[in-house]
Design a protein around this ligand. Structure first.
Ligand SMILES: [Zn+2]
Length: 193
């Protein structure tokens, strides 16, 4: 939990580090570094949710620390959702209460990613969201598409399944928003027009 908060290490963390290193030594390359766990989006999710959210979070962390998940998915990513216009329209039509919270505009998504980067998120990604994908996610994992925590877990799942793009992209590479412009001339522009 302290790793998640980005707090300084204490004696217990030193013990955890040592045990973790011993374990890592016996299963080379397959143990997730504990400090990977710092994730501002997760913290936000915890702050907004009740006891159920905490329980779900522990469950998710346990899955992500699992050796096989780690081997399959690589670094734990802090993933922000981007709703392309047609999906965004459908989302707002089906779930009108989402209107105040959604991240639909690329500029808004880019700003969120930059803020997370400043807050020390280590591996950022952006996932293209679809209403059908979100609904399938809550059918399987529970929650409601109306709630930020469910959407944030859907984002984490996209990243885990390799369906999110690493952020930032190369400056001269294609932009993550799908505009087919170079990142530096699109959302990567320091002062987007
Ligand atoms: Zn763009």
């Amino acid at each position: 939990m302290r790793r998640l908060l980005g707090d300084p290490h204490d004696d217990w963390d030193a013990v955890a580090d040592e045990l973790h290193e011993r374990r890592a030594a016996s299963v080379v390359g397959r143990v997730r570094p504990l400090d990977d766990l710092h994730d501002p989006l997760r913290l936000k999710r915890l702050a907004e949710g009740g006891p159920d959210a905490l329980e779900a979070e522990f469950e998710e962390l346990a899955t992500e620390l699992d050796e096989e998940t780690w081997a399959a998915t690589g670094p734990l990513k802090t993933c922000v959702l981007f709703w392309p216009p047609e999906e965004c329209a459908q989302l707002l039509e089906c779930y009108p209460t989402v209107a105040d919270a959604y991240g639909g505009h690329p500029r808004q998504v880019e700003r969120t990613l930059r803020e997370l980067s400043v807050q020390g998120a280590l591996h950022l990604a952006v996932g293209r969201a679809t209403v059908s994908g979100l609904e399938a996610h809550v059918d399987e994992k529970g929650g409601s598409p109306d709630l930020p925590a469910a959407r944030s877990r859907y984002a984490a799942e996209l990243a885990r399944r390799g369906l999110a793009a690493d952020w930032p992209p190369a400056r001269t590479g294609p932009c993550w928003c799908g505009s087919e412009r170079k990142y530096k001339k699109c959302c990567g522009n320091p002062a987007p027009g």
